[in-house]
Design a protein around this ligand. Structure first.
Ligand code: FAD
Length: 525
């Protein structure tokens, strides 16, 4: 089995050959032993700003498996490379199953793809528009036009992450992650995502990739219905036998429900149908904007302008003595703050970047964890909590889709102001608002703790002129559609809740992996 040699620290300008020879030296290998060698992952080690290094791991295949074994046992830098090949060689005989996939975000796209590649032709139902039309609707709203409840930054082909930085990092350690990366490359993502520890695709690439995935699914016989919403279904003996969409009804064998964390009307439908779902913790807070150059200086010191370094990224967190966390989330280097609501007369913020991450500002959410103890234990209490903040934000910011905002010093002093030399990127404009009127005290208290702690960890967080835009409420799903080990709902055996909306994923990568697992389960059953 191939090996991974890791912990290879190199100067920023090291070339590939010097990385490979250091890897061989570390593992006491000779060139003649090597069948194949390639860069596996790279990351930046900027802990010592006077000597910033790149840390490589290298994939090595040897001619002799005994030597591989010896090295793996003796060398602390060497480990076996887990077999990441995913070849869905699945049971035959299920090809005529009628599987409806509701939602065409990462979870729905990957489940539909795997089904289609295995001969089951999925029927995809997506409430939003195809990507070409969706981009026009989102752009029109950003430029002052009307808001569409069916096609926006949450809803439409590609799902919630299409207008994002496209970060592909995930806490899940699953060999399918590698498969997802390879699929993204096959559908047009830059090859570098395979070797970057913190890979990202950018909204520009994602828009092309989702279209390529759609075309592949269609070419395999899948059907995709855009601007079509799941509105109802009928149950018989603990199974769904018919789904009703805004355009047609159809009999089904299985339903993959990959509707994302913002499908509030669909969650309501599930409650009406007595499908078991429970409230789950999530986080709410604000988005902060710094100049990207200030972030780079904070992280890289006098190397900040070095073109060999990636745009600076950070991740910070702090807990109070009761265990409540405040943390940065979904940071977008060189990105833009975007309006990410899915309901009229509400305001929600989030962030996106192009692959180049070339914007002047960096933005990141700073959010505080909230649990059913804060908002209530009924299934949809978390949704009401989010909605309340979002509609209050709309009212506080003069009901024109501008966002409540203030500088950090304005927030801390209680005198909100948007006077700053940092130019906010939120496209619908900002209104100076006292954020204590927007969030419960538990949230604003924790934000204060966060600003204090983060300013000790990163210089740019000491800048009182950094801009806060609010509210960030759609960090993860407020519900879990509880399922069994077989991936189907606790009380509906052909309903497969999937991805972020089901509460079983958090982010593009884990939603895609969950989609694959659910598809495999359906194919194998
Ligand atoms: C602006 C923004 C930036 C983000 N940045 C990142 C990032 O950089 N990295 C990252 O990992 N994650 C990011 N995320 C989160 C990420 O997008 C989600 O975790 C991921 O998209 C979840 O995938 P999903 O398939 O489970 O759900 P979604 O992507 O939400 O897809 C669900 C789909 O279902 C459709 N739908 C809903 N209800 C119905 C219905 N009743 N009938 C038919 N269709 C329906 C929706 O229109 C939607 O297209 C970001 C999210 C946003 C909003």
């Amino acid at each position: 089995m191939p090996l991974i040699i890791s912990g290879i620290k190199m100067p920023l300008d090291a070339n590939k050959d010097s990385v490979f020879s250091k890897a061989l030296k570390i593992a006491s290998l000779k060139e003649r032993n090597i069948r194949k060698i390639e860069i596996y992952k790279t990351s930046v080690d900027a802990r010592n700003r006077d000597n910033i290094m790149l840390v490589y791991s290298v994939f090595v295949e040897l001619y002799d498996s005994d030597i591989e074994k010896k090295i793996c046992n003796r060398n602390k830098f060497a480990s076996y490379c887990e077999n990441f090949e995913f070849s869905p060689l699945l049971k035959k005989g299920n090809e005529n199953k009628k599987v409806a996939v509701i939602g065409f975000g990462p979870a729905g796209m990957f489940s539909a793809l795997v089904l289609a590649e295995n001969g089951i032709k999925p029927i995809v139902i997506e409430r939003g528009e195809p990507i070409e039309k969706r981009v026009s609707s989102v752009d029109a709203f950003m430029n002052g036009g009307v808001f569409s409840e069916s096609s926006n930054i949450q809803f439409g082909e590609g799902g919630a992450g299409t207008f994002s930085d496209g970060k592909l990092t995930s806490r899940i350690k699953d060999k399918l992650c590698r498969y997802v990366l390879e699929q993204f490359v096959e559908f047009g993502a830059p090859k570098e995502i395979l070797t970057k520890a913190k890979a990202h695709i950018g909204t520009d690439n994602l828009r092309r990739i989702v279209k390529a995935m759609r075309e592949r699914i269609l070419s395999l016989g899948g059907e995709i219905y855009f601007e079509t919403k799941l509105e109802d279904f009928t149950l018989k003996n603990g199974r769904i036998n018919e789904i009703k969409t805004s355009r047609f009804s159809m009999q089904v064998d299985d339903v993959i429900l990959a509707v994302g964390h913002s499908a509030r009307d669909t969650f309501e439908l599930l409650v009406r149908k007595n499908i078991i779902l429970e409230p789950k913790p999530f986080s709410v807070g604000v988005r902060i904007e710094h100049r990207q150059s200030d972030v780079d200086i904070s992280l890289y010191g006098n190397q900040a302008d070095n073109p060999l370094l990636p745009k600076g990224e950070y991740q910070l967190s702090k807990r109070n003595k009761y265990g409540r966390g405040v943390y940065t989330f979904c940071m977008c280097p060189g990105g833009y703050v975007v309006p990410a609501q899915s309901e009229e007369k509400t305001v929600v913020t989030n962030g996106m970047s192009e692959y180049s991450r070339n914007g002047d500002n960096a933005n990141s959410a700073i959010v505080v964890s909230v649990t059913p103890k804060d908002f209530g234990s009924k299934p949809l209490d978390g949704v009401s909590f989010q909605r309340d903040i979002e509609s209050r934000a709309y009212k506080l910011a003069d009901e024109d889709y501008s966002a409540p905002a203030t500088t950090v010093e304005g927030f801390l002093s209680g005198n909100p102001s948007i006077e700053s030399d940092i130019k906010g990127t939120y496209p619908r404009g900002l209104k100076a608002v006292e954020l204590r009127n927007l969030f419960p005290k538990i949230v604003t208290n924790m934000l204060e703790i966060g600003f204090d702690d983060f300013s000790k960890k990163m210089k740019c967080f000491g800048n009182g002129k950094a801009l806060l835009t609010a509210p960030e409420t759609r960090t993860s799903s407020p519900v879990r559609i509880t399922r069994t080990d077989g991936f189907y709902s606790l009380n509906c055996e052909n309903l497969f809740p999937c991805g972020e909306g089901a509460g079983y994923a958090g982010g593009i990568m884990s939603a895609a992996v969950d989609g694959i697992k659910v598809a495999v389960q359906i194919i194998e059953n």
